[in-house]
Design a protein. Structure first.
Length: 289
């Protein structure tokens, strides 16, 4: 394999009354049947460029949080040790930290760059006494040396919660593009700034589906009205071609909150754009070697 697509049916790191992200991977698989294997408009053909396989779901024990987080990291360590780049579909946003831990366990060099699409910064130090959950993972990843904060850009932030959490991120060197920044910069400005921040070194891409305007994503835990449309995201992703993306995830699809399936459709289209980035980056590395 060059790229391993994996489900992560994990929602033990979330809070509030809205849980059910563990069902996201199965719904995404169902709706992915509506996608073509190549994009005739852009010429991107990930299945021609790379060997891509759905390797199933990471092991999750719904009665044992610690066992779940270890099992998920070990699962992605095996993927990385086999030489494949992961594209994970979650699951709540805790999984990004766990995936990166697994990659490092298998010998992937750190720190990585980070492109992080989200309505929320997920930079809390703790929440209700927990230090590993969907709102703290990116702070842990910086503290553990998995992410280089100076090569880390957040895109679409608009629901800050506690301003000190975003201030902490900025003090580490993280670049924050709020919803207002994205509107002012426009698509090309976001592309340019992202490329400036992450540069040419290996980068992880994490996409919380609530980065999209609530009009497109009813089926997620904490949707927030805002700027980014699916079209905006497609244009931005296509503007990031040849960035060295070595792993990625799409998270927070919650099927029970959107019986229409529209959120799942948006999720799989975003995942396909990310797959194109991963596949082209992988093909470029193979050609260079």
């Amino acid at each position: 394999m060059d790229i391993a697509i994996a489900g992560v049916p994990f929602d033990q790191g979330t809070f509030f009354d809205s849980v059910g992200q563990r069902l996201g991977p199965d719904q995404a698989r169902a709706f992915s049947k509506r996608l073509w294997q190549a994009d005739e408009l852009t010429g991107q053909a990930p299945f021609d460029w790379c060997r891509i396989t759905d390797v199933g779901d990471a092991p999750v024990d719904v009665l044992n949080f610690e066992q779940s987080i270890r099992g998920i990291s070990d699962f992605f360590a095996r993927i990385s040790a086999a030489g494949a780049a992961p594209l994970a579909v979650g699951g709540d946003h805790t999984i990004t930290l766990l995936i990166m831990r697994g990659m490092v366990q298998a010998g992937v060099k750190v720190p990585m760059g980070m492109i992080h699409f989200d309505a929320h910064p997920d930079m809390r130090d703790e929440y209700n006494g927990s230090r590993i959950n969907c709102a703290t993972g990116f702070r842990r990843a910086i503290e553990e040396g998995l992410i280089d904060p100076k090569r880390y850009i957040m895109i679409g932030i608009r629901s800050i919660g506690a301003i000190e959490n975003l201030d902490w991120a900025r003090r580490q060197g993280v670049t924050v593009l709020t919803d207002d920044d994205c509107a002012a910069l426009g698509r090309q400005g976001v592309i340019t700034r992202t490329r400036e921040v992450v540069g040419a070194e290996p980068t992880f891409l994490s996409f919380d589906i609530d980065a999209l305007n609530i009009a497109y994503v009813h089926g997620t835990q904490a949707p927030v009205p805002g700027e980014l449309s699916v079209r905006d995201v497609k244009v931005i992703m296509r503007g990031l071609r040849n960035v060295d993306v070595i792993g990625a995830d799409v998270v927070e699809l919650l099927p029970a909150l959107d019986p229409t399936g529209h959120t799942a459709i948006s999720t799989v289209h975003v995942a396909y754009e990310i797959l194109c980035l991963l596949a082209e980056a992988r093909a470029n590395r193979k050609a260079a070697s």
